[in-house]
Design a protein around this ligand. Sequence first.
Ligand SMILES: NC(=O)c1ccc[n+]([C@@H]2O[C@H](COP(=O)([O-])OP(=O)(O)OC[C@H]3O[C@@H](n4cnc5c(N)ncnc54)[C@H](OP(=O)(O)O)[C@@H]3O)[C@@H](O)[C@H]2O)c1
Length: 313
Amino acid sequence: MKQHYRVAVARQFGAPEVISIENHPVQPLAAGEVRVAVRAAGQNPVDARRRAGNFGGQVPLVFGTEFSGIVHESKDPGWAAGDEVVGWGAVGADADLVLTSGDKLAAKPKELPWAVAGGLSGAGQTSLAALAALELQPGDVILVHAAAGGVGSMLVQLAMHQGLVVIGTAGTGNQEYLRQLGVLPVVYGPGLSERVAQAAGGRAIAASIDLAGSMEAGDLARELVSGGAQCITLVPETWQSHGLPLVSVRASAQRFAELMRSYRDGGLQLQVNTLEFNDVVKAHRQMDAKHSRGKLVLEMSDNPYLANSGDAA
Ligand SMILES: NC(=O)c1ccc[n+]([C@@H]2O[C@H](COP(=O)([O-])OP(=O)(O)OC[C@H]3O[C@@H](n4cnc5c(N)ncnc54)[C@H](OP(=O)(O)O)[C@@H]3O)[C@@H](O)[C@H]2O)c1
């Protein structure tokens, strides 16, 4: 009898409720392919945009680009069944099984819990790419919009590890969280420019990185650019509204290794908030609300393909 696996699918664009979990047959592997049993799948707002129909593409859609898991079957000589891995750049990782290629996998560092490993790679590699797009010196002051979210939480820590001083924006409920990370916290909303100047304490802002996509983030970037700052965005909104340079991220095993070095050397932390796979609709509702603190991750602990995989639970 053909084996099946669960996968989150949207057969039309719309609200989170368009997503359902379907059973699909397991297809034979082609040369070079690796099939991984997913243990944790990091959630990324781009999937909420795709689901809503704001990011092109065609239905049916599957979701999930990053994950941690255990190789189930491999036709890539670099990987074997039972290997514990972290993956990125995948299509359809919100599933029991995901098909990928060996160059989009790295060995899962033993010390990383499954949920952290599932959510670290996208946010971390994005953060490194953003920092690499800027010319900065230790001691420079940078501004990060939406500093308390999945990417922001990693980005601010990686920036501080590089010796930068970070001012981060968040709502009132996340000011203490940012302070604990070592960030100079600022509440977003009217008067942002003055509060940022106050937090900078007379120092120039060398760069701003927009993860919020708000009009005020774009407006402030224009103001800062006129004062000589480098201002970039990681979101399409302020690229479209204000023409901010949009950083596109090329994830790689090399960048993952760089991320892990900084993570270990810098004693970085990633706060993860987990939901079960059956709560994938809820995960999309949370992404739509845009108030996650740290990284949202789907836990696949009930994945039947992990059953014989030792310490995967
Ligand atoms: N270019 C790329 O390759 C790339 C890669 C990854 C991610 N991204 C994009 O980067 C963005 C951030 O991703 P993420 O995973 O970090 O998102 P996220 O975790 O959903 O971000 C949530 C955070 O946004 C904050 N926030 C909401 N409205 C805000 C505002 N007006 N000003 C400042 N902060 C605000 C929230 O703070 P409060 O709860 O305190 O309000 C919350 O902590 C997304 O749009 C994502 O698509 C781009």
